[in-house]
Design a protein around this ligand. Structure first.
Ligand code: ATP
Length: 304
């Protein structure tokens, strides 16, 4: 049986500015995506018919609500092929954390099916629009590395010039709905920010620039209000020498460090402290997780 294995990386947002609400319900944003090396593995196996998802991780849907399922469905519809596929997702990316796991898995299925079913006739622009149909973060995972996302996040400009760095990624146990965060955002309160072009330039070099005035996420104000421990974790990462920010709609918080050792030391301290954080204990949903990660220069890609 033919089998394709695809690496499906997570992302963080180094910058996320919300410009306005659009008529289609989405928001107009400017964001800088950065792929990181926390990744799932998506394994595709041929099947006569039907789409079957296998995933042991709690919270990951196994039916049509799974973005990986929808990615396979959209390809079947596009190509009119009479085939099926089994999609096994070995999940390492924390779910509903703001790290883009579902979108990355969808991109991984597109990339994997292209290979499994030898889909040579679909043009590049068509892959982009199928990815957009699946979700506004999906196109980024077809490219990976670092990219500026405009409009709803789907219009991408690949940013090639950047230095790798290390991260401590802290995942408080609370799950956050992206839709809720955007709905709760008060756009009446304007925030003055540096021009995005200047931010992109500032982010080219590391270390050497003061990234604390550069990293920014407009959605923090919403998530932090409801989950104060997100702010507490961010402040702890800063006190430990990192430059910290919430990713996407959260609740994942990351601290940026130039050296692996610094990220690991901060991670070990935070891990211990998570146990004694009152909000975390009171939430009764477990204590959360800490990961040490590095920036990643690719996107979803076939590894076997
Ligand atoms: P968003 O893309 O909404 O910002 P996120 O990056 O914060 O999401 P995901 O891990 O993609 O987080 O999960 C968001 C929700 O998407 C989950 O609660 C889950 O119900 C659903 N979901 C659908 N497909 C997947 C998938 N393949 N992996 C994980 N979650 C998925």
């Amino acid at each position: 049986m033919k089998e394709i294995k695809v690496l499906s990386p997570a992302k963080i947002n180094l910058f996320l500015k919300v410009l306005s609400k659009r008529k289609d319900g989405y928001h107009e944003i400017e964001t800088i995506f950065q792929a990181i090396d926390i990744h799932d593995e998506v394994i595709l196996r041929e099947r006569k018919k039907g789409i079957k998802i296998i995933c042991l991780k709690e919270g990951v849907p196994l039916g049509k609500e799974n973005l990986a399922y929808r990615a396979a469905e959209i390809i079947l519809k596009e190509t009119h092929l009479q085939r099926g596929v089994e999609i096994e997702i070995k999940k390492k990316i924390p779910v509903a954390a703001g790290l883009g796991g579902g979108s990355s898995n969808a991109a991984a299925v597109l990339v994997g099916l292209k290979e499994l079913w030898s889909l040579r006739n679909l043009r590049k622009e068509r892959w982009q629009s199928l990815a957009e149909e699946l979700g506004m973060d999906v196109p980024f995972f077809l490219k990976g590395g670092r990219a500026l996302g405009e409009r709803r996040g789907e219009e991408l400009t690949l940013l090639k010039e950047w230095q790798p760095f290390w991260l401590t990624v802290v995942i408080p146990a609370s799950k956050v709905s992206t839709a809720w965060v955007y709905q709760s955002l008060n756009l009446g309160l304007t925030r003055k920010r540096k021009q995005t072009k200047i931010i992109i330039d500032d982010l080219k070099t590391w270390p050497g620039k003061d990234w604390s005035s550069v990293l920014y996420n407009r959605l923090e104000e919403v998530t932090e209000k409801r989950y104060p421990h997100v702010k507490r974790i961010k402040e702890r990462l800063q006190a430990l020498g990192g430059i910290a920010l919430m990713s996407g709609s959260g609740p994942a918080v990351f601290g940026v460090f130039p050296e692996r050792r610094q990220a690991e030391e901060a991670g070990a301290i935070i891990e211990e402290e998570l146990d004694s954080t009152p909000e975390v204990r009171q939430s009764g949903v477990g204590k959360g997780e800490v990961y040490i990660a590095k920036t990643f220069s690719g996107g979803a890609r076939v590894i076997q």
